[in-house]
Design a protein around this ligand. Sequence first.
Ligand SMILES: Cc1cc2nc3c(=O)[nH]c(=O)nc-3n(C[C@H](O)[C@H](O)[C@H](O)COP(=O)(O)O)c2cc1C
Length: 201
Amino acid sequence: MTDAPPGHSQDEVERPVRLLAMGGSTRPESTTERALAMVAEGARTAGADVDVICGRELMLPIYDTETDERVSGAVRLVEAVRRADGLVLVSPGYHGAISGLVKNAVDYFEDLSGDPRPYLHGMAVGCVAVADGWQASVTTLHQLRQVAHALRGWPTPLGVAVNSKSDRLLSPDTHDAHQLHLVGEQVVQFARMYRGAEATP
Ligand SMILES: Cc1cc2nc3c(=O)[nH]c(=O)nc-3n(C[C@H](O)[C@H](O)[C@H](O)COP(=O)(O)O)c2cc1C
């Protein structure tokens, strides 16, 4: 057992890493949601507790800068980010870019701007994009990583671009499945490293 540093309880140092996995599309059981589930599985295998907010749960009103009033789904999302050590962001590629559903949900992270830990400061962010071709999956993956940087997060070294026209799409033991698991593991590994670094006087 390590001693807790000032400002950190022993429970806080030793509790499991908490992740939020968010994304998907409006289509129930979408390919994007399946990819998200595989990342979450990798993170759980690595020992994390994983909250999932996906698909139609992300159908929130357009983020409104002119009011502090938020619907319950938005409050839940922001609270889930606040309590997480790491984030998994999964978007379909729509017209070569992050879907409006996912980007609007991320816009709500603006409500974290005044927090002691603003935005995604100190959080690993695993990014995954799914599209019907490589062009949109790769450009969307790149955008997700840029958004993570803009919000002071740390994109994991590995991100995954999934081509939903692939023959063995997301079957177990495929290259995609292994890579998605690995993204989940990397988010957990970074969260542990960051917590260790923060705990070092
Ligand atoms: C509005 C819209 C725009 C799309 N634009 C593209 C695109 O530019 N390139 C592409 O490869 N796929 C495009 N797609 C296909 C989605 O990327 C693909 O259906 C998605 O990756 C998998 O959908 P699912 O997660 O809902 O199953 C588009 C789909 C929709 C609905």
